[in-house]
Design a protein around this ligand. Sequence first.
Ligand code: PMP
Length: 347
Amino acid sequence: MDIKNLQRENIKNLRPYSTARDEYKGQASVFLDANENSFGSPLPENFNRYPDPLQLDVKDAISKIKGVPIENTFLGNGSDEAIDLLFRCFCNPGKDNVIILPPTYGMYEVSANINDVEIRKVNLLPNFQLDLDGIAEAIDENTKLIFICSPNNPTGNSIIRTDIETILANFKGLVVIDEAYINFAKQRTFIQELTEYPHLVILQTFSKAWGLAGLRLGMAFASSIVIDILNKVKAPYNISQSTQDLALAALQNVTQVNDWIKVTVAEREILSQKLLGLPMVSKVYPSDANFVLAEVADAAGTYHALVDQGIIIRDRSKVVLCDGCLRITIGTPQENEILLSALKSIN
Ligand code: PMP
């Protein structure tokens, strides 16, 4: 499989921007090559220098936790940047198409529309698993990307591993597995499979388990060919110095993150059971993520009644296969209790 041939012709021929730091990488006493402010910055910490365009220190710390080499790691302004870059690098507007599997994360569709790329939707089956026959029928020679979100948002389930392997074995474009919620899942990551599949792209993020949604830092793991293409097209300094500094500090705190994951998973089971005990709740889908999808008697009414009590959840009842469903993020034990007593007070 020649991944290089999957990229757009203009990207293949692109000569990327060369930064001052690309052209001179070593140490020096006087840097006068990047038109920075040589005096400093009006902050206690200096931000007057451009950051490392390839974020090597952060990637090195990530690789110690995830076991993925630096050359197989891309960092973006949230995984949303990686999603958008996949379209810009691999999909010819007005010609190529991508496959998405609703109900799923909304940005795949938005990014496709922004980039004027045809979307082929193959709904999940009623059990929220892949319709492998439907996917096989939807693929043609212009299909460049398939987005598989596992655990899936908003349904919460993991996609059956062997089904994903079937796609990996048969599809010749890029298979993008969005593992934003993998830290909460029983199923293991596909990271170990990267060496086997040059067309596998795994998305993960610091926005969920790592508690850094405000920082905007997402990861893509893939073969070095794919990563090099993403790096060639991204904005030269896509991750700020402050984000790089804070991410490095956060990566020292993996114990805290693991503790929160344990509590979240335990709370997910407690909340699911208690929700099921409420007369208005007809179903709580099993979840491998940090949220649950619950089917209720009156989704819109329940949503608005909670808003009136200052509690905000997500009304997903208009989403395909999610009739009557609300998506509830797992909160702290105290927040979950507040939610439950509010629900009890709603008729
Ligand atoms: N993928 C999925 C499945 C998500 O649910 C989200 C956020 N809701 C993202 C990606 C976006 O993550 P980030 O904050 O890293 O852009």
